[in-house]
Ligand binder design. Structure first.
Ligand SMILES: C[S@@+](CC[C@H](N)C(=O)[O-])C[C@H]1O[C@@H](n2cnc3c(N)ncnc32)[C@H](O)[C@@H]1O
Length: 237
């Protein structure tokens, strides 16, 4: 895998991730709960789901709490993140893991080994914003190919909207929340992310357009907290 500084950054703080993320990122658990609720509402009990950019498996775990008989395929660019996710899911839901894969979503072959038209949903939380826009469009097209007809793409990402201070407001909230976390951990993670993470932000309207061009229908924003929004789209039957 080519060097990817965003992925390396997560590789370096896989163990500290959960503590930091849940304490510092506004709306994080609410977002995961809504992804899980959308899965409960839209998918069959035995749903097969890919957690794309699974991190430490928090989205997958939230989904399994709502639909314990679902199966989850975990994929992330960071080997350590996948390992933490696998261990976490195995402890709580030993039968649930369909497979695990370390792959870079910016590369061309990440979807290999994932069954064509094999999944009821692909969930992806705070991941696709790390892809340059051409790669983003390729990634959602590849997701489309892996979804069953009628399957759902559920992706929570950061957005920027012209004339809005939502992103600045969000980061100010993060700074406030950082004060409640152990300063050493907080400084370590915040500096790591600041120096190594790359984000590509655009408007929801732009991404909705790309989703429709890729073939998705029923494209809608299900939830938003300042600059973070959860978008849903469906592969037609
Ligand atoms: C903010 S974390 C989100 C993790 C998890 N989805 C969650 O909600 O907690 C971003 C994740 O995306 C992964 N990631 C970022 N860029 C990636 C890429 N190009 N390919 C694969 N994974 C990537 C990182 O390794 C990290 O685990």
């Amino acid at each position: 895998m080519k060097d990817n500084s965003t992925v390396s950054c997560y590789e370096s703080h896989a163990q500290a991730y959960d503590l930091y993320q849940s304490a510092v990122v506004p709306g994080y658990q609410e977002m995961l709960d809504l992804v899980a609720e959308a899965c409960r509402r839209y998918l069959p009990q035995e749903a097969k789901i890919i957690d794309l950019g699974c991190g430490t498996g928090n989205a997958a775990l939230a989904v399994l709490r709502k639909i314990p008989s679902a199966g989850i395929f975990l994929l992330d660019g960071s080997e350590r993140m996948v390992k933490v996710a696998c261990e976490k899911i195995t402890r709580a839901h030993p039968e649930a893991i369909l497979g695990c894969k370390v792959a870079d979503l910016a590369e061309n072959d990440w979807q290999e080994g994932l069954e064509n038209e094999g999944y009821d949903a692909i969930i992806s939380t705070l991941v696709l914003e790390h892809l340059p826009f051409d790669r983003y469009q390729e990634a959602i097209a590849k997701c489309y190919s892996r979804l069953k007809p009628g399957g759902w793409l559920l992706a929570a990402e950061g957005y920027s909207e012209e004339g809005s201070d939502m992103r600045q407001w969000f980061f100010e909230e993060m700074e406030q929340r950082r004060k409640a976390v152990d300063p050493e951990l907080s400084e370590f993670v915040a500096r790591l992310r600041d120096e190594n993470e790359t984000h590509y932000y655009c408007s929801k309207a732009e991404k909705e357009k790309w989703w429709r061009q890729a073939g998705y229908v029923q494209v809608n924003v299900l939830w938003q907290y300042l600059c973070i929004a959860l978008m849903a789209g469906r592969k037609p039957f």
